[in-house]
Design a protein around this ligand. Sequence first.
Ligand code: COA
Length: 373
Amino acid sequence: MTAVAISATGLYTPSQSIANAELVASYNAYAARFNAEHAEAIAQGQVAALTPSSEEFIEKASGIKSRFVLDKIGVLDIDRMRPDLPERPNDQASLMAEIGVNAAQEALHAVGREACDVDAVLCAASNMQRAYPAIAIEIQDLLGIDGFAFDMNVACSSATFGVKTATDFIAAGEARAVLVVNPEICSGHLNWRDRDSHFIFGDVATAILVERADRAPAGAWRILGVRLKTRFSNNIRNNFGFLNRAAPEGEGAPDKLFVQEGRKVFKEVVPMVAEMIQDHMGALGMAPGALRRMWLHQANANMNRLIAERVLGRAADADESPTVLDAYANTSSAGSIIAFHKYNKDLKAGDRGLICSFGAGYSAGTVFVEKTA
Ligand code: COA
């Protein structure tokens, strides 16, 4: 079978960011106003008062200190509390395609590739901003790539499932190179009025150039194996869809946004993912000591600490399991790719690492890679 490699990655980071202090100040102003407006009903026990959010809690529970967003003003405005990202006319590039192209161009330029070197584009992300035409086909068009393109959504595992799909197309001889693009505009699906989750997500786009290993440049990451797993769970859910649209603005439709049972997710996903990594390492004949670095899904620092500890049999340091959660928060499928993008260049030929995703579905993916000479 044709060997396959990750040749390059690209990253688009929005220019605006929101620190925990600003986020909490906005939420608490909203909560105080809500409580004042509903004082009577609260006093009569008909409405539950909103409790303030706290910076200390957010950092301790998640490791998140800040998040990048495409529209800070709309998110922090307590009359709005969602990004103001106006729909564009059909003759303009859509926002998801635009930020995806940005990341894709960085990946292509990093290794001197042109549009003619790529045969397929996958837009793999947690949310698509329209039903059709596929965002991937728009990205393909904007980049001038021939061949084919399609969208795929496996929530937080979209990128690893995309890498597996790309690998299979290349291994089957159907493409020489596939661009997997992950534009994650998570600010649009987050309920900024929900104290339990308002701190979780940020916006970003990543891109991964997957190529035949014999065409890949020196220093590319050969893919040793990819495994995927899904197990149905309602613990992370968003009911938005073409049959179930959100209620008019302001009236609230919290189930048409991201909703989770965070504790349950934590408890159920940590063992599932640790076991999956261990099984996959066993199948590849790799002892824990053979793993130089883990680029884990970036949802929660404590989850990553526990998973790394189970896999290595001891605590992992920041060099072995780097985090980008502090600056980026959870960026869904892009998180482990940001970590890989920022923290792979210092490794040496022969070093082995793991890109790992997990999230809604549940879904999880493990991509073991080895740096080439
Ligand atoms: N500020 C202050 N306190 C808060 C708070 C906030 N913003 N949000 C919740 N709390 C409080 C709760 O009210 C609760 O108080 P209580 O014990 O008095 O009832 C306490 O903090 C603990 O809440 P809990 O929801 O159990 O927190 P947690 O320690 O489980 O952390 C998450 C919450 C979401 C960070 C954590 O569960 C998590 O990361 N889970 C996995 C998330 C994940 O990977 N999701 C996938 C997304 S794709």
